[in-house]
Design a protein around this ligand. Structure first.
Ligand code: AGP
Length: 612
């Protein structure tokens, strides 16, 4: 997934583009570039590596550049996560046509680019990218009217695209087009932005237009024109106010965004709870558009997500089966979209996605919608594709999550879905009032318990120091905490690059126990619950193979097989996953920090995978 920014206005264009790219860097960071118009010429600068490398490569004369024609400057920028063509300067965006009349940035994948390229043999290509084909198509289709050229070009494209383009032939306009990759217009005072996400424009405005699929158009210093391939007339798009502040996208004294977001969990979870739970009553107000009748008739739930969001789906499977007494199925988006899933009527399908732009999750949503089943999104980004395409969407209000490793969004997803589960259980009358109150009270205490865990992380830091040189970790748990073993392992893998596996503790004896030796740290979740005695048996198994055992547990839980004990506040077994994940987030963070990893932007990863 890549990041795009475009600007037209009176600010210093270089500053706006570079600052925007730095806020987009979490979306992809193997190379970057900018292009501006100066004396009716296209100037383009590109570099591999971080945005700071591009910034330091710019000529000093350019830094103070200000287009003088009418006081308005315009330009485009791009930060890349390579899909077609290795990370290199030649493959970095922006890409330019043969005669240097058009220059383009693109996020997405043009699936038929080779076929299109084969019809452009007389064009001179300088990269391996799919994007460069688009700018040569624009060149080929341009007959004096840019919007026509864009319309005739995007009709040929298969796949996903968010495109921003400028041209020396129509110099005072930004041009754009969007399908299946996010593209948002930011409306300032006498200036306009266009970018892949809200975060890169927050410092300048909080008014946004979220472009829809097949939208295309132009932005000048006086107006915005939006058309859609499905209709010739000018489109009216609503302007949305996003109540995020510029401070939310700064580190505010934390070394990394990930650490800041771990520490934001108590506050964002408290906000999510108090926004929906009023004493014993749960209110979803406009978030849930389904009738009580439809909800009462739900006989099955299917939950789809990717990565950490899939782990949230797995946790909810256990929770929903406990409170709703109906079958719950889960799947990863990349599998669901290609399997011959048998979908039954009266099935509620839930899609979990922090970004709301994950290609595999969105593709699954579009398949399910063909079956006319009720679809519920759980998302952290207002205006995202998931937000707009699901029938209803629970907004998890965690504020921007910049760190690639998802933390506050994960616990936010769990808290919101737990509250939804109880809301549904009341409607379906599948839970006793006693159990309902017990769970509601346990959920209410989660933010305070997490504050307790965060109040003293010294022992977790010690454990990180003991084990950060290890090459393999095993995370074990049972029941509703099994997905937390998966999540703990994923956190470690993705930011420290240490191999780690999450496994159901009861499955050890069927193979993985062969891996264990005295070099392997085994992290096991042994908090109080109905399966604790079973977990103790697994503890014995791994201890007898000389593993180093790190156990998450509660006060009063004793076992001689535990080498290192992380004692957590005690809570209801079904609510414990929300607490248990926090020390695992911190363990991964401190190990990665000791290894000097790029924690907020780990290698090969991107914050939201908008391509399949
Ligand atoms: C989680 O730490 C990873 N960054 C990744 O697995 C992520 O959860 C996954 O790509 C799904 O993203 P989404 O929630 O935005 O759909």
């Amino acid at each position: 997934m890549c990041g795009i920014i475009g600007y037209i206005g009176k600010r210093n264009i270089i500053e706006v583009l570079i600052s925007g790219l730095k806020h987009l860097e979490y979306r992809g960071y193997d190379s970057s570039g900018i292009a501006i118009l100066k004396e009716n010429k296209i100037l383009r600068y590109r570099a591999t590596g971080k945005i700071s490398k591009l910034e330091s490569s710019l000529p000093t004369s350019l830094i103070s550049h200000q287009e003088s024609s009418n006081g308005y400057s315009l330009g485009i920028g791009h930060t890349r996560w390579a899909t077609h063509g290795k990370p290199s300067e030649e493959n970095a965006h922006p890409h330019i046509d043969c005669n240097r009349n058009f220059v383009i940035v693109h996020n997405g994948i043009i699936e038929n680019f080779l076929e299109l390229k084969s019809k452009l043999q007389h064009h001179k290509f300088s990269s391996e990218t799919d994007t460069e084909v688009v700018v040569h198509l624009i060149e080929k289709n341009y007959n004096g009217n840019m919007l026509e050229a864009i319309k005739n070009t995007i009709k040929l494209l298969e796949g996903s695209y968010a495109i921003v383009l400028i041209s020396r032939l129509e110099p005072q306009k930004l041009f754009f087009a969007r399908k299946d990759s996010p593209l948002i217009i930011g409306i300032g005072e006498d200036e306009t932005f266009i970018a892949s996400d809200v975060i890169s424009m927050l410092g300048y405005t909080n008014k946004f237009i979220f472009l829809e699929n097949y939208d295309y158009g132009e932005i000048s210093n006086t107006e915005i024109k939006i058309y859609n391939l499905n209709s010739e007339k000018l489109q009216q798009r609503s302007v949305n106010i996003v109540n995020w502040t510029p401070q939310m996208i700064e580190k505010s004294g934390f070394k990394h965004f990930m650490l800041k977001e771990i520490y934001e969990q108590p506050q964002v979870l408290r906000e999510n709870i108090t926004a929906r739970v009023f004493s014993e009553e749960i209110v979803f107000s406009e978030e849930i558009k389904f009738t009580k009748k439809l909800l009462k008739n739900i006989q099955k739930i299917l939950i789809i997500g990717c990565g950490t969001s899939y782990h949230a789906a797995l946790v909810c499977k256990y929770f929903f089966e406990h409170v709703l007494k109906i079958p719950v199925e889960t799947d990863v988006g990349s599998e669901f979209r290609y399997r011959e899933c048998i979908l039954q009527k009266n099935t509620l399908v839930i899609f979990i996605s922090q970004s709301g732009e994950t290609a595999d999750t969105l593709a699954s949503l579009r398949i399910v919608k063909q079956y006319k089943l009720p679809t519920l999104g759980v998302c952290n980004v207002i205006g995202s594709s998931l937000f707009r395409e699901a029938d209803s969407t629970i907004y998890i209000r965690c504020g921007p999550e910049i760190g690639v490793a998802s933390t506050k969004a994960f616990t936010g997803q769990l808290v919101c879905l737990y509250i939804f589960g109880l809301y549904l259980a009341k409607i379906k009358q599948t839970i006793s009032q006693k159990r309902y109150i017990e769970l509601l009270n346990s959920i209410y205490k989660v933010p305070t318990y997490i504050e307790q865990i965060l109040s003293d992380t010294s022992y977790i830091k010690q454990l990180a120091k003991m084990f950060y040189t290890k090459h393999d970790f095993l995370y074990l748990a049972r029941g509703i905490n099994y997905p937390i073993a998966l999540e703990g392992a994923l956190k470690l893998k993705e930011i420290s690059y240490i191999h780690a596996e999450g496994y159901p503790a009861g499955e050890m004896k069927h193979g993985p126990i062969a891996l264990i030796d005295k070099e392997m740290p085994v992290v096991i979740i042994a908090t109080k619950g109905s399966l604790l005695q079973k977990v103790f048996s697994n503890l014995e198994e791994v201890k007898s193979r000389e593993a180093k055992v790190i156990a998450l547990t509660n006060y009063g839980v004793e076992s001689k097989s535990i080498d290192y004990k992380l004692v957590l506040p005690e809570t209801d077994e079904f609510v414990s996953p929300i607490l248990n994940v926090v020390p695992l987030q911190l363990l991964a963070y401190y190990i990665a920090d000791l290894l000097n990893r790029e924690i907020d932007q780990p290698r090969n990863l991107a914050k939201s995978v908008t391509v399949e």
